[in-house]
Design a protein around this ligand. Sequence first.
Ligand code: NI
Length: 171
Amino acid sequence: MSKLDIITLPDPVLRQMCVPVERVDDALRRLVDGMLEAMYEAPGIGLAAPQVGVSRRVIVLDVSERDGEKNPIVMVNPEIVRFADERRTYEEGCLSIPDVKVEIERPAGLTVRFLNRNGQRQELDASGLFATAIQHEVDHLDGRLIIDFLSRLKRDIIVRRFKKQARIEAE
Ligand code: NI
């Protein structure tokens, strides 16, 4: 697969509801490999398929230390089936909204079910940064972005800035 570009605000694909994957096959594995490559190159700790223009329920993550060993995780059709009561705040960024950080409070832990890159059912418990990253990426699959946690006023200012930038780049 040729190199995947990460799309940014205000691309409407980022706001679409993604459809479930029906079959985990070689074409899907090529997609996830391309997504992982794009994520590591960015660099980022997570990436969702809509961020490369594909409106399907696929996310990739790696929250390991940047200089340490890689630990790529692929989740197809991820479904969060349990949230912890405890909450935790992280300052989140998004590869599709460069240079914007938003403090977001989310459940500190969760259980997620998904298919792995071989189409096998998996379930795992996550906490800390990993739990936050999973929620951030699953939000993408529902067309939800970190700016949606801001007030409408702040969100509109950011969206306007990105629209203006996109116009300048198109000229
Ligand atoms: Ni993001």
